[in-house]
Design a protein around this ligand. Structure first.
Ligand SMILES: CC(C)(COP(=O)(O)OP(=O)(O)OC[C@H]1O[C@@H](n2cnc3c(N)ncnc32)[C@H](O)[C@@H]1OP(=O)(O)O)[C@@H](O)C(=O)NCCC(=O)NCCS
Length: 187
């Protein structure tokens, strides 16, 4: 396993982060449409701290939330990849697959394609047996990505996200799972 793995599909490249990505990432994180299902938008400092955390995760684990590039179209559109959640819940420790794209790049299949690359890497190279994904119950676009990936919701595993304040409408989360044996991705 390489700590510097780059993953490619016909349209996308998933790569390690560059300093030049930080401006576009901060713009995404201050966009109310992108952050609709998070408790609040991020400041520039919080956005940069998230990039630092993601890069540290790559250093520690050898995988992470890759920066996503659309070949010949856009050098950075957001992130997609694998991460070990920092919080404790009934399903942790685990590896999650996650995504966040700039609004201008929604509706083109990029999130699903990027997540397929990440899952393929997780199952084939990292030999993971299971991967989860979770989101606020009302985040239907994100749930649709999970369903396109062939992930199955585990209704018994719904949970209140510990990082979202009690009583907040986004606290209620759904959990989806996929096992290496049922992954049909092509990557
Ligand atoms: C969640 C998120 C990544 C989903 O983005 P998305 O664009 O809906 O998902 P995809 O990239 O997989 O694109 C799928 C759409 O592209 C369409 N599409 C267009 N061209 C396509 C192509 N060549 N191949 C596949 N799909 C294509 C699909 O039909 C689908 O359209 P639909 O939404 O009308 O059904 C995006 O909404 C986002 O970044 N949200 C903010 C962050 C967030 O909430 N993250 C999740 C937190 S857990």
């Amino acid at each position: 396993m390489s700590a510097f793995a780059t993953l490619s599909s016909g349209r996308l490249r998933l790569r390690r982060w560059r300093d030049e990505d930080r401006d576009a990432f901060a713009a995404m994180n201050s966009d109310a449409r992108v952050m609709e299902f998070f408790p609040r938008r991020l400041s520039r400092a919080e956005s940069d701290a998230m990039v630092d955390y993601i890069e540290a995760h790559f250093g520690e684990r050898g995988f992470g939330l890759w920066a996503v590039e659309v070949l010949d179209v856009a050098p950075f559109i957001g992130f997609a990849g694998l991460a070990v959640p920092r919080f404790s819940a009934h399903f942790t420790p685990c590896v999650e697959v996650g995504w966040r794209l700039a609004f201008a790049h929604w509706g083109r299949g990029y999130a699903t394609e990027a997540a397929q690359l990440a899952l393929g890497y997780g199952f084939a190279t990292l030999a993971l047996s299971d991967v989860v994904s979770f989101t606020s119950a009302t985040n239907h676009r994100s749930r649709a990505v999970m369903e396109r990936l062939g992930m199955r919701r585990d209704p018994a595993a719904d949970f209140d996200h510990p990082a979202v304040p009690e009583g907040h409408p986004l606290r209620s989360h759904v959990l989806y799972r996929i096992g290496s044996g049922s992954y049909l991705g092509t990557c």
